[in-house]
Write a protein that binds this ligand. Structure first.
Ligand SMILES: [Zn+2]
Length: 124
């Protein structure tokens, strides 16, 4: 399978379907990283792609994404700033990781008394 965006060969099982287009994981992350965190179609296709690949929960995530998820499991709600400090990420890196986790319906952002927190999404 060839990525339609960068024309690279995609390793078996790593092809990502983004709105009917087959992308490699990098291009997929780029595509979903655009600030569209509440995009229902993207959420659906991310979930379907993971389902088809037999991935559930944190399967198929990078080590960093798993670590962020596990950190939130332990700590409950954490602000974006605190996560950036904890994992030494810039704001754009953090929002990229969060976007992937959000699209896989593992994490969500919530506002508590005007402060934005990242929390585990229920039923994930
Ligand atoms: Zn690509």
């Amino acid at each position: 399978m060839i990525c339609i965006k960068c024309r690279e060969e995609i390793p078996m099982g790593e092809e990502m379907n983004y709105r009917g287009q087959i992308l490699c994981e990098d291009c997929y992350v780029d595509a979903v990283s655009l600030p569209k965190t509440c995009d229902v179609v993207a959420v659906h296709s991310a979930k379907m792609t993971r389902k088809m690949a037999g991935q559930e929960g944190t399967d198929g995530l990078t080590e960093l994404q798993k670590n962020i998820y596990e950190y939130l499991m332990v700590n409950g709600q954490v602000t974006l700033d605190a996560l950036m400090q904890q994992f030494h990420l810039s704001e754009s890196q953090m929002s990229r990781e969060f976007t992937v986790l959000r699209h896989c319906e593992l994490l969500k952002a919530t506002s508590i008394e005007g402060v934005k927190y990242i929390v585990i999404m229920e039923d994930s």
